[in-house]
Design a protein around this ligand. Sequence first.
Ligand SMILES: O=C(O)c1ccccc1NCC(=O)[C@H](O)[C@H](O)COP(=O)(O)O
Length: 286
Amino acid sequence: MTVLESIIDGVREDLEERRRSVSEAEIKDRALTASPALDAFAALGGTPDGEGRDGAVRIISEVKRKSPSKGALADIPEPASLAKMYENGGASVISVLTEERRFGGSLADLDAVREAVSIPVLRKDFMVEPYQFFEARAHGADLVLLIVAALDDQKLAEFLALTHELGMNALVETHTAEEIERAVAVGSKIIGVNTRNLKTLDVDTATFGKLKDLIPADRVIVAESGVQEISDVEMYGARGADAILVGEALVKSGDPEATVRAYRAAATAARASAKSATGVSGQSTQ
Ligand SMILES: O=C(O)c1ccccc1NCC(=O)[C@H](O)[C@H](O)COP(=O)(O)O
């Protein structure tokens, strides 16, 4: 069994427990009466046809207590305060890990963060059942994660449609050329390349540059994982990332607000300088 499969087994067990206390009808009702979702696609710099982008590289800042690859990262007793610091530093989206067993997150974290910030919030979890999408919306999420490796084509298309019906966007996460092809084929507007291999948990940040040109330029392209130093965000920016998802480096930084600000500025400057050096934005022309 792969790490991903074993995480998903736990997610399904925990989900069944929640489903026993909040029925499907109740969670749907809560989702449909929640305040409308914020536009995460626009917050990440997306435009309808990919034209007129401002060139800034956005930072998706993650609330991450622990992980399968690294174990304990940070206590984070008040996720709302951390999220507010991220927002003050210029984060465009807050990512909240809600998986409990391996990442120490919860829906209560999502509630607290939603309440504290006015920018879009990503429910970062392993989405395998429609119930979770209603749950995400009911708890104020604007964006959900769809991991292509965890879904067949039919489920991927079905879940993306459900996400959009609920007024949310999806960050569709890929690791390989074949997964990018599948993400593009179902019409994903925000496509992430996660440089952490979910089978081995090894990170190879060079994966982003190798795969990124397979993603059409009218999509928002997100580089995920592996940022340790400012040079990593510069590299992702120079390779044409529209946004960068950062967890560990921010929760361990000591000054999350200043770190988000520095990452955003450095990635944006690196992207601009790569563009002026090559005459292209680093974005795909496909
Ligand atoms: O982080 C892990 O160990 C992990 C293991 C298995 C599945 C997912 C995992 N992480 C989720 C993420 O995608 C990251 O939290 C996110 O990209 C931020 O990564 P980082 O900046 O390297 O903390």
